[in-house]
Design a protein around this ligand. Structure first.
Ligand code: NAP
Length: 370
């Protein structure tokens, strides 16, 4: 098999591990010798599982001597919860290491590759890079910026509305789209809503009916600058999952005390740029510190408007339903739009699929866009 095919196998192994590794990256490793796979591994569950390279070396045993290792991410070169993978590869006698993506973590950042080269291991990079980079995007963004990678998810009517005139929104999209949205939740370490949605829908923000359950329930995050949401209902039922409220100093003291008494964590940040809501960059930094690689922002329209319209989303997933809610319906992205078309935020369509009766669009900010 060629290098590209073997790296794709390592990428598949990484994908299968992705719901139990955060805040570690989900990494895959394949070891080959004489054209045969002699060991495979993926990152074990955080915080005690083995790294992918170590799992693959264990599987290979003596057959690792003179082998080639295909690693989706640069092997680590530092003592964290586990010893350095570079030393394990060198000690096992691996002759060649092929790497898809360099690790921007400041404790690695090229030092893993340098250590291997110093030990006369033949190192090759740039194999399977585009696919692995896309899979690792939340991890790479987190390590480069300290912030969570933000996915904005929305269920829209054909005319771009998220709720009818009376505020009802359940359900605009089909059961298949809602099931797919639960898969997105399972791939995220936090699910974020604004105070409007918390008040209108009393959501539980739990993961239900997914193919592979995440090892840990995602953090349920409420953005409530003024303390409008009472500490009651499923969101404050800590038995369902952990809850974090990101607020500001403007919040009523009584609200903060009640959130804490219900078992929620409360983090104050600065108010948003317009004096409304919370500062989003600060909020996503708080999530980054909590070990959240990917945060799924689920709405409503006011929050999605500032998140996507303000350039805070690294990905948008929109389910567009064949229904119309008209001008009295709530807009999916409520923000002061551009005055002229040349200033409109632009996105690149990276995937389109049919999901039940709906169309699922996946978009990323256009490269080079401000
Ligand atoms: N179809 C769907 O996919 C979907 C999904 C979710 C919700 N919904 C519907 O959407 C409606 C609720 O939407 P909504 O627009 O009223 O409320 P929302 O976006 O959920 O919440 C808006 C509120 O969040 C707070 N907030 C905190 N930080 C913010 C920030 N940086 N930017 C914007 N807001 C921030 C603000 O209140 P403070 O200043 O008081 O903090 C703001 O008024 C409901 O009818 C719900 O059913 C539909």
């Amino acid at each position: 098999m060629r290098d590209e095919e073997l790296m794709l196998r390592a990428i598949e192994l990484a994908r299968a591990a992705r719901r139990h590794t955060a805040p570690w990256p989900a990494v895959g490793c394949v070891l080959t010798r004489d054209g045969e796979i002699v060991g495979e591994g993926a990152t074990g569950p955080f915080p005690t599982g083995p790294h992918a390279e170590v799992a693959a070396l264990r599987a290979a045993g003596d057959r690792a001597i003179g082998a080639t290792a295909y690693c989706t991410l640069e092997p680590c070169n530092h003592h964290g919860n586990t010893p350095p993978c570079t030393e394990a590869l060198i000690a096992a006698g691996v002759a060649r290491v092929v790497v898809a993506v360099g690790d921007p973590d400041e404790r690695v950042a090229g030092r893993g590759l340098a250590r291997l080269r110093d030990a006369n291991v033949d190192v090759q990079t740039g194999v399977g890079t585009a696919v692995a980079e896309r899979d690792l995007a939340p991890y790479l963004h987190h390590r480069r910026t300290g912030r969570a990678f933000v996915v904005a998810k929305v269920g829209l009517s054909l005319d771009g509305r998220v709720a009818a005139a009376d505020g009802t929104s359940q359900w605009i999209t089909s059961a298949e789209a809602r099931a797919d949205a639960h898969e997105l939740r399972a791939d995220s370490q936090a699910i974020v809503v604004g105070s409007g949605t918390a008040l209108a829908d009393r959501p539980a923000l739990t993961v239900r009916g997914v193919r592979i359950a995440p090892a840990q329930a995602p953090l349920r995050v409420l953005l409530d600058a003024r303390g409008r949401v009472p500490a009651e209902g499923p969101l404050f039922d800590i038995a369902l999952g952990p809850t974090l409220v990101i607020t500001t100093e403007q919040a009523r003291a009584g609200a903060v005390d009640a959130w804490r008494a219900a078992g929620a964590k409360v983090e104050p940040v600065a108010p948003g740029a317009t004096g409304r809501g919370v500062d989003l960059e600060a909020a996503f930094t708080v999530l980054g510190r909590e070990g959240v690689l990917q945060a799924l922002v689920e709405g409503g329209g006011a929050l999605l408007g500032t998140v996507a319209g303000g350039g805070h989303a690294q990905r948008v997933v929109a389910y567009v339903a064949p229904t119309l809610l008209g001008t009295d319906g709530a807009p999916g992205f409520a923000f002061d739009g551009p005055r002229t078309i040349a200033d409109a935020p632009r996105w690149t369509l990276v995937d389109v699929a049919r999901t039940g009766a709906d169309v699922r669009l996946e978009l990323e900010p256009r490269v080079g866009a401000p």
